[in-house]
Write a protein of this length. Structure first.
Length: 201
C-alpha cells in the first residue's frame, strides 16, 4: 500500500516543546530531517505545516497540525479532502502512555486507546488510518492527572533515551512506507519483545 500522508500530532508553541504529548512533532521533524527536508510550509487555510516529498507513486505529504491536539481531526480532514487522500492512506504518529519511552507500536483498524487527538481524527475522517504509537511512559505519580502527565516535559534522562531511539523510529516509518503495515508491525513488535526479553511465539 502507498501511504500519501504522515501526520505527527502535537501542540504548537514554545510552551509545549519537549512535552510528552508532542512526541509526534518530534518524530516527524526527525523523519523529515533524515530525508533531507527541514523547511515546513505553512498552509493557513488547512491549519497545518507540511512538506511534500516526491515519490514514484506520487507525493508523500508530511503534516503537522497547527491547532490544539484535541482538535486534530479538523486539519487532517481538510488535508485529506484537498489532496483526495482516503483514511487508509494516512499514518498518524501519536504518543502512548502504555509504552515505555521511545518504544513503538503500529496498529490499524482499532480504537482511540483514550487518545483525544486520535479520537478527533477518527470522528472526522473515519477508520482505516494507521496509528504509529510512540511510548512516553506512564504517570510518574499515581495522584498526577493524565492531562498533567502528557503535558509534562521529558526529563534529561528520557530525552537521552529518545535521542537514541529516534533512528529506530525513523527506520520503522521508512519500513512502513517501503514494505507496508505488516512488515513494520512485525519489526516493531519484535523489538518490543527483545527489549522486554520476551520470546515471540
Amino acid at each position: 500500500m502507498f501511504f500519501k500522508a504522515i501526520v505527527g500530532l502535537g501542540n504548537r508553541g514554545i510552551l509545549y516543546e519537549n512535552t510528552r504529548h508532542n512526541i509526534g512533532f518530534a518524530a516527524i521533524d526527525y523523519f523529515a530531517h533524515s530525508l533531507g527536508y527541514t523547511t515546513w510550509k505553512q498552509e493557513r487555510a488547512m491549519a497545518t505545516f507540511s512538506i511534500k516529498i516526491p515519490q514514484v507513486e506520487g507525493n508523500l505529504l508530511l503534516v503537522k497540525p497547527t491547532g490544539f491536539m484535541n482538535l486534530s481531526g479538523t486539519p487532517v480532514a481538510k488535508i485529506c479532502s484537498f489532496y483526495k487522500i482516503p483514511s487508509r492512506e494516512v499514518v498518524i504518529i501519536c504518543d502512548d502512555i502504555s509504552l515505555d519511552v521511545g518504544h513503538i507500536k503500529i496498529t490499524e483498524q482499532v480504537g482511540t486507546a483514550g487518545h483525544n487527538g486520535v479520537k478527533s481524527i477518527l470522528e472526522k475522517i473515519g477508520p482505516g488510518f494507521v496509528r504509529f504509537r510512540i511510548g512516553i511512559g506512564g504517570k510518574q505519580h499515581p495522584e498526577m492527572s493524565l492531562a498533567d502527565h502528557v503535558l509534562s516535559k521529558f526529563s534529561a534522562e528520557e530525552l537521552e533515551i529518545l535521542a537514541k531511539k529516534m533512528p529506530n523510529i525513523g527506520d520503522n516509518l521508512k519500513l512502513l512506507l517501503d514494505k507496508g503495515v505488516s512488515s513494520a508491525m512485525n519489526s516493531a513488535n519484535r523489538r518490543i519483545c527483545e527489549q522486554n526479553h520476551i520470546e515471540q511465539p
